[in-house]
Design a protein around this ligand. Sequence first.
Ligand SMILES: N[C@@H](CCC(=O)N[C@@H](CS)C(=O)NCC(=O)O)C(=O)O
Length: 212
Amino acid sequence: MALKVIELFSADTPNGKKISIMLEEIGYDYQVTKVDLDKKEQFNSNFKKISPFSKIPVIVDHKNDKTVFESGAILIYLAEQSGKFYDKKNRLEINQWLMAQMGYVGPMLGQHHQFHHYNPGKSKFGENRYFKISERIYNELDERLSNTKFMAGEDYTIADIATWPWIARHDWHDIGLKNYKNLLRWYLEISEREAVIKGYDQFNNGAIIPKP
Ligand SMILES: N[C@@H](CCC(=O)N[C@@H](CS)C(=O)NCC(=O)O)C(=O)O
């Protein structure tokens, strides 16, 4: 089988879904290669060559002979290539919300998943700490979205594509997305995009976006 233009190395996680959603949004020809994290495939020496921290996602762009790791860098790369969702005039704003997702929203919600969803009862301190931080993030995003339609302003951008898959794990968070009117409005609007529905199901196994 001929290789598709873009090969995405991914797993069933929010960081992986950011990229399948972006690839759907820009209409690129791509294929997904699963890296089984439970089987520790991320540590295979061949994968380490393209992912120095042994993490998904990574893309290989066969047309331009490039590999890119780190989901934020991949989103920027694809946005620059396609000329979509990263308007030059609004780049300062987009960069701020994208970096906030990369450095704060994702890592903190990720810790909340570890303590609250995967390992409840192991550390009361960890559970409380990341529950409170996650609640704070919901409040902060809700406040932002009370002033703007999307994360970086009036247009849907890579800052939304980076953030949305994390909120799509709301059913693990137990914070109550329904109580955050603006975040809920944003979540539902993006959930209806055809590319998001397709990209969410990156392994074509019938994955459905969780309803609030
Ligand atoms: N900052 C990285 C984080 C990537 C990341 O944490 N990937 C996780 C899955 S969501 C992973 O590959 N974990 C496997 C490991 O760390 O061994 C990005 O956004 O690409």
